[in-house]
Design a protein around this ligand. Structure first.
Ligand code: ZN
Length: 310
């Protein structure tokens, strides 16, 4: 079966101030990396307000919307900005995440990759931060649970930064196993191993600066993969940040492109065992453009091979 790929040109209207690492050119790099891969290419639909409300209150949505500038930029925090097109771009991410869940659960695609900007995993229930506005993957998880009536969804967040927003939104959600690996110490400062959620359903795996892909593989094999296996998910979501790559300028992990291949294969192994291969992956970080292109291509190539095999 096929691998679906959701993106939208309106994400390029989320224009960043000069020098900002979360820049328009990132999606062009992703597109370049995926150009040679045979994918079911779909436009990201606009997200529904009802789906955003699964994770963020109306007051927060209103505050974001009111802050959108007519021109130039508005700042939501030190490094999170809004351009005139940012609200719509963020809604494309929400729409793509939910549509990807739909297409995978309907059996029209085995798995899916969502490439939209802004990213989402730092967006807390009522706080935009870390370049993120809406919690795209957290919303997709809630949508899968409440709209599609699943009981167990696993999220793997391998972005080099802790997924504090996803953790905040899903802190007391027993139907989601949330596993995040991240460099520590690093922004945003959360993600210690003792942060385990209201039901022990959150797994935080801090990795030391200058640790390697081999360290990552050993840690995943020892901690994260067995716990997802025991959880027996009906769907696996991925917060796919590629900023743990050794060339990334924002962090100090030393993963190779091959490490992203290895990790994606292990995630697909679990999906094959428990949920007919169903994986929905969404782009988060990744700021060195050639590394982003190569690592995204490696990640989606595995999704494509596993999807095709079913
Ligand atoms: Zn990141």
């Amino acid at each position: 079966m096929v691998t679906a790929y959701f993106t939208h040109s309106s994400c390029d209207d989320h224009v960043s101030p000069a020098g900002h690492p979360e820049q328009v050119a990132r999606l062009a790099a992703v597109a370049k990396g995926l150009a040679g891969i045979d994918l079911l290419r779909l436009d990201a639909p606009l997200g529904r307000l009802a789906d955003v409300l699964r994770c963020h209150p109306q007051t927060y949505i209103d505050r974001v919307r009111a802050a959108v500038p007519a021109q130039g930029w508005a700042s939501l925090d030190g490094d999170t900005y809004l351009a005139p097109g940012s609200y719509t771009a963020a809604l494309r991410g929400v729409g793509a995440g939910c549509a990807a869940v739909d297409i995978v659960l309907s059996g029209q695609a085995t798995n899916a990759f969502v490439a939209t900007r802004p990213p989402g995993h730092h967006a807390e229930t009522e706080t935009a931060m870390g370049f993120c506005i809406f919690g795209t993957v957290a919303i997709a998880a809630k949508y899968a649970l409440d709209h599609h009536r699943l009981n167990r969804v696993a999220i793997v967040d391998f972005d080099v930064h802790h997924g504090n927003g996803t953790q905040d939104v899903l802190w007391d959600e027993p139907r989601v196993l949330f596993a995040s690996s991240h460099q520590m110490p690093l922004y945003p400062g959360t993600g210690a191993a003792h942060e385990t959620g209201a039901y022990g359903q959150i797994i935080n795996l801090p990795l030391r600066p200058n640790s390697t892909g081999a360290d990552m593989r050993a840690a995943y094999a020892a901690y994260i993969l067995p716990q997802i296996d025991a959880f027996a998910p009906e769907l696996i979501l991925v917060s796919a940040g590629f900023d743990a790559h050794r060339d990334d300028p924002l962090a100090n992990l030393n993963w190779s492109t091959g490490d992203f291949t290895w990790l994606t294969e292990r995630i697909c192994d679990l999906a094959d065992r428990h949920c007919a291969g169903r994986v929905v992956s969404a782009l988060e970080g990744g700021y060195d453009l050639p590394a982003l292109a190569a690592a995204t291509a490696a990640h989606v190539t595995v999704l494509k091979e596993r999807g095709h095999a079913r």
